[in-house]
Design a protein around this ligand. Structure first.
Ligand code: GUN
Ligand code: FE
Length: 442
């Protein structure tokens, strides 16, 4: 792949911003450039400085006056729920039974799985998301489709086959043995191939028997370099049901703790109604609570208490949770995150928001050396953002004076229209995209 200079207003975080204006938390170059060589970042800084060190023949993509940032990271969503967004009127358990467990059955068919996987990856990219941690369906075919589509785009993706052996329709149930064998085979096939990472994915305590939880424990112990993803404490009825199925556990978190599923590579969707004891267990084990604001509002689940996570020293990340979540856009997700925290008297600064979308989520995945910030040696996954993408944004930007204000406009008013370009391992993916593919194959 040829070398290139990506020129624009370059922004990247180096640590978590402490306040609204923490200038030490980021690097910003008003006329900046990222030098990309062989899919990796080879230099970042003021345009003049970076350009000095590269040959005159190097191609320049000039994105001024747009912002150039690390690609966004989505730490929890469901690829088979792409067509289930906006399913009306139900809270979690009814929503799963009425809509989701019907939709996911379609993914037994490899053609359907491949069709949706393609659109799913393109939708992520349209929204500036370059890495995501996704659940596939129970069918190994869906995992093949997912990683194939990611590989075709060279995207760093995390995913895995959902395991469930009870409280789901027959067509969506595996068994402890089948869950183990299929997961083993998929890890062998995909984990570490190109940019693929596998996530061992018992859906949640309700849909796995103790025998399948034990199998999950064994899989996680046998594959310490794989992620583990599941759901925790999203909805009151869910908590009551889960804890009734595991009466020996102290609480919901303790179910996963007893099967040794909590560790630095564990991503726990939602974590809304946790006690201090439970959050302290997450803090001790390094497991990550994943805040899914649009989903938590849409399903009427509750409000994620970020301050309590910070106070108790537990790690957290942010995600769309499509299809409980209502948008693929991490900008729209942070718009809702701001409101969810605001309702609880908590402030989410614009700098902190964009930190979360990039370096914060990369750190939650322990991938900050590769993605989430623009530094020499990192993968060249980059998003280019237009703060004036809509007339109302243009008007609002006429009276914006600081970088923080611009970021807040992007988050509050922006969506996929604000994503001017997205690079995956140095390759521009938006300009090169086949425009009408979704219509063509209908
Ligand atoms: N809990 C178990 N499965 C799911 C799911 O697919 N979506 C959400 N939001 N919560 C879950
Ligand atoms: Fe989820």
């Amino acid at each position: 792949m040829s070398d290139q200079l990506i020129r624009g207003r370059v922004l990247t975080f180096v640590k978590e911003p402490a306040g609204v204006d923490d200038a030490g938390s980021y690097r910003f170059f008003e006329d900046g450039a990222v030098f990309v060589s062989k899919g990796k970042i080879a230099g970042v800084g003021p345009y003049g400085d970076v350009a000095k060190h590269v040959g005159p023949s190097v191609k320049i993509a000039d994105h001024r006056p747009h912002l150039v940032m690390p690609g966004f990271i989505d730490t929890h969503l469901h690829f088979p729920q792409t067509q289930a967004i906006a399913s009306y009127g139900a809270q979690l358990l009814e929503w799963l039974n009425t809509y989701i467990f019907v939709e996911e059955q379609k993914f037994k068919a490899p053609e359907h799985a491949a069709f949706i996987a393609d659109r799913f990856m393109d939708e992520l990219l349209s929204n500036g998301t370059t890495t995501a941690a996704a659940y596939c369906s129970v069918h190994p075919e869906s995992v093949d489709a997912f990683f194939t589509a990611a590989e075709e785009r060279n995207m760093l993706m995390i995913g895995g086959k959902v395991m469930m052996d009870r409280n789901a329709p027959d067509a969506l149930r595996d068994t402890p043995e089948k869950g183990y064998d299929e997961t083993k085979a998929l890890i062998a096939k995909w984990h570490g191939r190109g940019r693929a990472h596998y996530a061992i994915s018992p859906r949640f305590a309700i849909t796995s028997t103790p025998e399948q939880m034990e199998v999950s424990r064994v899989l996680a112990a046998e594959h310490p370099d794989c992620y583990v993803q599941t759901h925790l404490s999203e909805n009151r009825d869910e908590i009551a049901f889960a804890t009734s199925l595991y009466p020996e556990a102290k609480d919901y978190t303790d179910i996963y703790a007893r099967y040794e599923l909590l560790g630095r590579k564990t991503l726990l969707g939602h974590c809304i109604h946790l006690s201090d004891r439970e959050i302290s267990v997450l803090a001790k084990t390094g497991a990550v609570g994943v805040f899914c604001p649009t989903s938590n509002l849409f399903l009427g689940s509750g409000l994620f208490d970020r301050d309590r996570f910070d106070r108790l020293g537990a790690r957290h990340a942010v995600a769309t949770d499509v299809g409980g979540g209502t948008s693929f856009s991490m900008l729209e997700t942070m718009d809702e995150a701001y409101k969810v925290l605001h309702l609880q008297g908590q402030r989410l600064s614009p700098l902190n928001s964009f930190y979360m979308l990039t370096l914060g989520n990369a750190r939650a995945l322990d991938l900050e050396h590769r993605i989430g910030s623009l530094h020499a040696g990192a993968d060249a996954d980059i998003v280019v953002l237009d703060s004036r993408a809509k007339p109302a944004m243009e008007l609002r930007m006429q009276v914006a004076s600081t970088l923080a204000e611009e970021l807040f406009v992007l988050q509050t008013m922006g969506d996929d229209r604000s994503v001017a370009e997205v690079y995956v391992a140095g390759k521009p993916m938006k300009s090169g995209r086949r425009e009408t593919k979704a219509e063509a194959v209908r």
